[in-house]
Design a binder for this molecule. Structure first.
Ligand code: ADP
Length: 395
């Protein structure tokens, strides 16, 4: 059976899932963490079993060697020949990539060129790509970009109202992220609705530590809440989402911080963490709100209101909506957030059932049967999309 590896390489980590295709079953998955340290951690789950090792892993190449060696020694694969392809998640594809591609030296160079736009992420992704290429040079590899799905956005959605030469000279525009997830759930929604995706107007809410909303018309992203970077849009775990840009020099003047330091605050110390004052994790916030903590309550309200407003504006943009989709950690699990987002949308035909809304972590319709607008919970599966693209592009 052909096997495909889906890889997500970070600066010090490497997440993997091994799929058997075309059945699309996960045979093994895991993570190598703390790459570059003496006490790096290798963890793997396979066939109901788990294994974990703490050992020195100096670089990504060693991490890949270890992963492949483990797949063999644990009997998960017989030989490396069984791996038919490798799919790499790449954060930024800029305007260069509007679909996944087979990786060549030229593609690697192009991804490196785009590192300007996502320095930490793209460089880490390339490190992962090169490590596999060295060890398995004959196995085809595919790059799957977080931004690619959003390349269908019209200029009227992606352009900021800034001097046009900033776009032309410096590539400043809205790119959007979480594209693989928005694409997966929109395709799945069409299947569950039993309608061709070409006919559908969908709003996908990917709500995790990072969150974004996407308007999908006829299967194409036409607008999304994240922008030039993942900082734009709704408040997230630790990201601020939209703020008046004039606040940045004002904070610099008041606190003596540099622009970089303020952006760090906007990325790492804002969002739910700042609003609640104690945690970026929605479970903690729900628990405290339940006990009557006013800051936790405030965090929930600001978060939900922001999503609610995006839904309204995207419905306006598409002259209506056929279905609203919730996905990722919060979207799949939090009935509290979903109910606060959905309340007060009856005016546009959204009627949801509080009983069905109790669902958690599995595919479900949570609307009343008579509701003109359907509401779905769909667990996302970016790794599966990556594995499918490997098959599509290597066959
Ligand atoms: P990432 O963007 O890191 O992939 P996830 O999609 O895993 O994030 O989402 C993480 C968020 O999901 C956290 O805020 C977490 O609290 C929230 N979450 C996970 N499980 C639940 C749950 N059962 N109820 C409410 N929130 C949850």
């Amino acid at each position: 059976m052909p096997k495909v590896l889906a890889i997500n390489a970070g600066s010090s980590s490497l997440k993997f899932q091994l799929f058997s295709m075309p059945e699309e079953t996960v045979i093994a998955k895991g993570i190598v963490e703390r790459i570059g340290f003496k006490d790096a951690i290798f963890s793997i789950h396979f066939g109901g079993e788990k294994a974990k090792n703490v050992l020195s892993i100096p670089d990504h190449k060693m991490a890949v060697e270890l992963l492949l060696e483990k797949l063999r020694s644990l009997g998960i694969i017989g030989s490396y020949n069984e791996i038919e392809g490798i799919g790499h998640r790449v954060v930024h594809g800029g305007e260069t990539f509007s679909d996944s591609v087979l990786i060549t030296d030229e593609v690697i160079r192009q991804i490196e060129d785009l590192a300007d736009l996502a320095p930490l992420h793209n460089r880490a992704n390339v490190t992962g790509i090169k490590a596999f290429k060295e060890i398995l040079p004959d196995v085809p590899a595919v790059a799957v970009f977080d931004t690619a799905f959003h390349q269908t956005m019209p200029e009227s959605s992606f352009l900021y109202s800034l001097p046009y030469e900033y776009y032309k000279n410096y590539r400043i525009r809205k790119y959007g992220f979480h594209g693989t997830s928005h694409k997966y759930v929109s395709l799945r929604a069409a299947e569950l609705l039993g309608r061709p995706i070409e006919q559908l107007r969908l709003i996908s809410c990917h709500l995790g530590n990072g969150s974004s909303i996407c308007a999908i018309q006829g299967g194409k992203s036409i607008d999304t809440s994240m922008g030039f970077t993942p900082l734009e849009g709704i408040p997230m775990g630790t990201r601020s989402g939209n703020v008046d840009p004039a606040i940045i020099p004002y904070i610099m003047e008041k606190t003596g911080q540099t622009a970089e330091e303020v952006i760090e605050v906007l990325n790492k110390k804002s969002g739910l963490l700042a609003l609640s004052g104690f945690s970026s994790d929605l479970r903690d916030i729900e628990e405290e709100a339940e006990k009557g903590n006013p800051r936790a309550e405030l965090a929930l309200e600001v978060f939900a209101n922001s999503i609610h407003k995006y839904i309204g504006s995207y419905a306006a943009r598409m002259n209506g909506v056929d279905a609203i989709i919730f996905t990722a950690g919060i979207g799949e699990n939090s009935s509290v957030v979903r109910s606060r987002v959905l309340r007060g949308l009856e005016f546009m035909g959204v009627y949801w059932d509080p009983e069905l809304n109790k669902t958690r972590g599995k595919e479900a319709f949570i609307n009343y049967p008579f509701s003109p607008v359907k509401v779905l919970v769909i667990p996302t599966n970016e790794e599966l999309m990556i594995a499918r693209d490997v098959i599509r592009l290597t066959k």
